[in-house]
Ligand binder design. Structure first.
Ligand code: ATP
Length: 157
């Protein structure tokens, strides 16, 4: 695959902005050049949708979602941040497990099977990347993805 990170992130950002007009979406694009990853475009889109859906689903009063894309050496970093309920350190270990859901009763109301994040993690790791969660309970969550840039040389495509 030859997937333009910015194109996919911008598309998902625009779609979510259109669908969830009660939310504020912010996109912080630090990539100065087109940046490609060697992965299926559909997979990257699916990952972004899973994280964006969760960010919307687990937000509360502060309906704000921030996206950022940046480069760090041979890696591209994508972050999706919400200001919702967050995830405790004990639960953070488990959110990437299949069928795991924080607070079963609360989560049941929101719908879902606890599969989204495990699928996202499997896809990302399959492409040699990583996904980590930074969360402060009650203050929101940040999911950070790192993926290897295709052809780690800025001048060539
Ligand atoms: P689905 O299978 O539809 O994605 P889900 O949202 O329950 O359902 P995951 O996406 O795997 O499944 O998330 C696992 C659990 O992690 C969720 O049930 C939720 O408790 C917690 N979680 C995920 N994202 C967030 C977030 N942005 N803020 C707070 N909790 C989250």
């Amino acid at each position: 695959g030859n997937t333009d990170i910015r194109e996919v992130v911008t598309l998902v950002y625009n779609n979510f902005k259109m669908i969830h007009d009660d939310f504020t979406f912010i996109l912080d694009d630090d990539l100065k050049h087109p940046t490609f990853v060697n992965m299926s475009r559909d997979h990257l889109e699916q990952i972004m949708i899973i994280l964006s859906d969760n960010a919307v689903k687990y937000s509360r009063d502060r309906k704000e979602i921030h996206y950022s894309v940046s480069r760090n050496g041979g890696q591209v970093q994508i972050a999706v941040q919400d200001f919702g309920e967050g995830i405790s350190p004990e639960e953070a270990h488990h959110v990437f497990d299949r069928f795991y859901r924080v607070d079963k009763a609360r989560s049941r109301k929101q719908g879902g099977n606890g599969l989204g994040l495990s699928i996202a993690q499997k896809l990302i790791e399959g492409y040699g990347g990583t996904i980590i969660l930074e969360s402060a309970e009650g203050h929101g969550s940040i999911f950070r993805i790192t993926l290897p840039i295709k052809n780690n040389d800025r001048k060539s495509k």
